[in-house]
Design a protein around this ligand. Structure first.
Ligand SMILES: CC(C)(COP(=O)(O)OP(=O)(O)OC[C@H]1O[C@@H](n2cnc3c(N)ncnc32)[C@H](O[C@H]2O[C@H](COP(=O)(O)OP(=O)(O)OP(=O)(O)O)[C@@H](O)[C@H]2O)[C@@H]1O)[C@@H](O)C(=O)NCCC(=O)NCCS
Ligand SMILES: Nc1ncnc2[nH]cnc12
Length: 292
């Protein structure tokens, strides 16, 4: 019983850790990091960390109710209710700023899946099970117009809901392979993660970029990010130059790749599950232990 409690608590701790590591990764184009607030006028690195920490109780609760279960309508609605409480906690911590709504969604589903499948080391399986859970409709979802619903209707994109319901293809097919490939080349971890973010930006239909900057911004973002990858990655001299161009472009059109940032955090979370074969999750106690 105590072991189970440690496992579910540690899933929550790791998710918070992943959010903090995403926020602290510096530099990041258009996003909040340790040196810049990117295209955001109402956020700071301190606010991002406070927001991440406020989510631990909701993440812990999601892990606890999901443990040993299988995807079902009932579980979907249970975690939706906890996720919505998590959003309230986030807005309370940030004084009404939307720092991590997309991250609560992605990480909430992935934590639930990891708790449903204790000891599972196939990240593909964890992402797909999370997708199966997201396919159940949330019948209690309040009918509200969000940035995402507006943009999805206008541009016909899938957004955060579609990404999850397809079992997170951007994580399975792009970000995890790019992270591992970058590491295999012996590149510094921060640059591996930055390159991973760029690989997401090159492909994701990020509703956060679309709602602020329209298709022009999204197309420019994807083109510049793809160019960085074609040039060999952020660690090349030419790739780094285009990265600077991408940052300026996002700031100029006031656009932010918030969806890609969320998926980077989700990638870091899954990577932690894989790294130590999950057995470490049954042991350690607090994320101060794994902070760099
Ligand atoms: C299904 C939900 C995700 C709700 O979907 P919807 O599309 O209605 O939601 P949005 O409010 O638009 O939030 C979606 C957020 O997801 C991120 N995102 C965007 N594109 C993608 C993508 N292609 N794939 C994955 N993720 C994506 C993004 O989050 C980040 O950006 C946030 C800031 O964005 P924005 O709201 O646009 O804010 P600003 O630009 O600051 O707006 P203004 O101030 O200018 O107005 C930031 O939070 C990042 O996290 C999108 O914003 C889901 O939330 C839901 O149904 N929840 C209910 C509870 C539930 O079921 N939970 C279960 C799991 S816990
Ligand atoms: N680092 C970041 N900056 C701005 N928005 C975000 N949403 C998630 N992570 C973010």
């Amino acid at each position: 019983m105590e072991k189970l409690q440690t496992y579910t608590e540690n899933l929550a701790i790791l998710a918070v850790q992943a959010l903090i590591e995403e926020a602290e990764l510096t530099p990041k184009p258009g996003l909040v990091d340790k040196e810049s607030t990117g295209s955001h006028h109402d956020m700071s690195i301190e606010l991002m960390i406070k927001s991440a920490e406020s989510l631990e109780p909701a993440f812990r609760e999601i892990a606890k109710v999901s443990y040993g279960r299988v995807p079902s309508q009932e579980l979907r609605e249970e975690i939706a209710a906890i996720g919505r409480q998590g959003e309230i906690d986030m807005f309370q911590a940030t004084g009404g700023v939307n720092t991590h709504k997309g991250a609560i969604w992605a990480l909430g589903l992935l934590i639930s899946s990891a708790a449903m499948n204790p000891g599972e080391t196939s990240l593909d399986h964890i992402a797909k099970t999370a997708g199966n859970l997201a396919l159940f409709p949330d019948r209690n979802l309040p009918q509200q117009i969000t940035n995402g619903t507006r943009v999805k209707e206008k541009y016909g994109v899938n957004g955060a809901l579609g990404e999850a319901q397809q079992g997170f293809p951007h994580i399975r097919n792009i970000s995890l392979p790019v992270l591992y490939d970058s590491r295999r080349r012996g590149i510094k971890e921060d640059l591996c993660r930055l390159n991973t973010l760029i690989s997401l930006m090159a492909s994701l239909d990020d509703t956060c970029i679309l709602h602020r900057g329209g298709t022009r911004s999204l197309t420019a973002t994807k083109e510049l990010a793809s160019e960085i990858l074609l040039l060999g990655g952020v660690w090349t001299q030419t790739g780094w130059k285009v990265l600077e161009e991408l940052s300026q472009c996002l700031i100029k059109c006031n656009a932010s790749p918030g969806g890609s940032a969320d998926l980077l955090a989700a990638t870091i979370f899954l990577d932690y599950l894989y790294k130590n074969n999950t057995s470490h999750l049954w042991g350690f106690k607090k994320y101060s232990l794994i902070r760099k």
